[in-house]
Ligand binder design. Structure first.
Ligand SMILES: C[S@@+](CC[C@H](N)C(=O)[O-])C[C@H]1O[C@@H](n2cnc3c(N)ncnc32)[C@H](O)[C@@H]1O
Length: 246
């Protein structure tokens, strides 16, 4: 009965989003989404998410200096940088390499780079998280990934790349929205929204149990908490936050 209700409500939502399904069918939606829609929406929505998750991000990144090399240098690599909303939390003087599969965030990214002159931006690579071949093995102290694993096609491949580019003892920092408790209304809502949400928001999946992928990856230590970021009515909660050490 619950499954049938979910299917019916999914169909209703798909009907509301019919113009987007049609644009997708004729091949227009995906390029429009990547070039115009997602940069515009992220440029505005990421500020809302940032306000709500500021405390979690501040707490998360405060341990970054612990992963400095002996010389005091801290090399960071961010996967799925988007507009660069994490920059303000990075410690002064660290060297940052930004990567994203979508090169169309330039306007918002440049603004955030200009605002965060305490950082040394080394390079921006257009790359997928599961193929960071431009980055040498063992070359970074920390990899950062926030609200990205929900969208990558290859989660285990991305985590393998993270482990490859990290130096031994380096850390992978994450903040990701995940599937809610299966017995909750939130999970019911996530299941209804999932297909249409994924289409509209460039592959973002609402029901991933990402903590399992992190547990299965070959990190030596995993510090992970399940938290709620107050985003009422949206299916983008709960979250997992923490770091894993290579
Ligand atoms: C929801 S945004 C998050 C942006 C930023 N990290 C934040 O916390 O606001 C997701 C970002 O991940 C990027 N992305 C999606 N799939 C990716 C992949 N396979 N490899 C690298 N980046 C990816 C998107 O282009 C987008 O910039």
């Amino acid at each position: 009965m619950a499954d049938l209700t979910i299917l019916l409500l999914r169909a209703c939502l798909a009907l509301l989003a019919m113009p987007i399904y049609l644009l997708s069918f004729v091949g227009i939606w995906k390029p429009f989404c990547k070039k115009v829609f997602i940069p515009y929406v992220l440029g505005h929505i990421s500020d809302i998410h940032l306000k709500k998750s500021k405390k979690q991000r501040q707490e998360l990144f405060q341990t970054l200096p612990d992963f400095r090399r002996g010389s005091g240098e801290l090399r960071l690599l961010e996967i799925g940088t988007g507009c660069g909303v994490n920059f303000e939390f990075y410690p002064p003087g660290c060297k940052v390499t930004c990567t994203d599969i979508n090169p169309n965030f330039q306007q918002f990214l440049s603004k955030n780079m200009a605002k965060n002159q305490h950082l040394h931006f080394e390079q921006f690579l257009v790359a997928s998280g599961d193929d960071l071949h431009q980055v040498p093995s063992g070359s970074v102290d920390a990899v950062i990934c926030t609200l990205v694993l929900c969208s990558v096609n290859n989660i285990s491949g991305t985590l393998e790349e993270v482990l490859r580019v990290l130096r031994p003892g380096g850390a992978f920092y994450f903040l990701e929205h995940v599937a809610a408790d299966p017995s909750s209304w939130k999970y019911f809502w996530q299941q209804i929204c999932h297909p249409t949400w994924k289409l509209i928001f460039d592959g973002c999946c609402l029901t991933r149990e990402l903590w399992k992928n992190l547990q299965q990856a070959n990190f030596s230590e995993l510090k992970l908490r399940h938290v709620s970021v107050a985003l009422p009515w949206t299916p983008v909660d709960p979250h997992i936050v923490g770091y894993a050490v290579k």
